[in-house]
Ligand binder design. Sequence first.
Ligand SMILES: [Zn+2]
Length: 437
Amino acid sequence: MTSPDATPALHALTFVLVGAIMLQAMVRLWLLSRQVRHVQQNRNAVPAGFADRVGLADHQKAADYSTAKARLEFGAVVLEAAVLLSWTLLGGLDALNTLLRGLIHDPAPSLASGLTYQVALLLGIMLISGLIDLPMDLMRHFGVEQRFGFNRMSLRDYARDAVKGTVLTLLLMAPLLALVVWLMGQAGPSWWIWAFVALAGFQLLMMIVFPTWIAPWFNRFTPLEDAALAERVKALMQRCGFSARDLLVMDGSRRSAHANAYFTGLGRSKRVVFFDTLLKTLTPDEVEAVLAHELGHFRHRHILQRLVLMMATLLAGLAVLGAASQWGPFYTALGVQPNLIAPNDGLALALFMLTVPTALFLLSPVAAWWSRHQEFQADAYAAGQAQPTALASALVKLYTDNAATLTPDPWYVRFHYSHPPAVQRLVALDSAARTAG
Ligand SMILES: [Zn+2]
């Protein structure tokens, strides 16, 4: 598939790939070093205006926790870049492909053998990537999270989660990948539109299936027992024009001391889920304000907007893949020899899965900015529907309990923060409280 004229294109593509991997890793390392420096420089003083709300000991714990997380992330960034280069230019994917093609693909190729080999290749990459990430993930849970008192899991719990997660992924992904690979082979040049329909349909199905069928496999959900709180929550939802079928409490404390609340589901199957850790820390006023924030996301249609953006990105990505998969240098420039007697769709999809995160990193400041903008909108909505002072005190408690730093580096925030830093949210809420009161 490689002709002599393809050589300049090949070199250019290889250059772009290596350049993108290196640039991404360097930017991430630069951001991490900025974050560590900034947090440490501000370690010995609680920011002005917060001295009465956050103690110095809590502020310093947050600084040390942020620093420890960032230091571990240095290793993760370097490892990820090395792994991606190993899969592509250093021949990892090519070796796995040759091995599996020899094992599974019979000499007189049939549709079934072709599908099995291609799905095995894709699942093989996912399993190997998971194994490579495992030590880093163990260090996250049993190193940093453990040291700062957040981890509640034993190694046994961790192993059980890992096995369940892997089984679930295999059960869900094997048929989905088989369908996509089959479409790539059978649906002609416009396969990517059909693949988009399949993937988007799967995504929507998961939004319905996940809260009711899958989440209970990992956590226990019980009805909210506090009748007074349930009344308040229902009154708030009525005021905001919402209904939820269930008010549930999730045993988040089983795994972690971090607290949260969310609103999930589609149509009539909507449900509000409170982490038990959240109910333990917050007063009823504060719980109401946190829920009002979540309702704000719904009122402003943020969930729908995020879904549409995700779908548009998926469609654009598949369109690019639709063109690239027909082009020989796409494979060779990324370190893989295309198959001569077996289909190349699985390989194309594999290269796509491996390289997409690098491409998307470029968009992360825009995505993060947009998300922070939505958080401000949800806070403003909550300030109108509940007490702004209650949301402010809830945020202070949550940021303190989660040891989130009050003094992140501004550039780190631009790339990585989906929520505005606490200080900015509280300034906005304080001014909302003054206008209201
Ligand atoms: Zn939010």
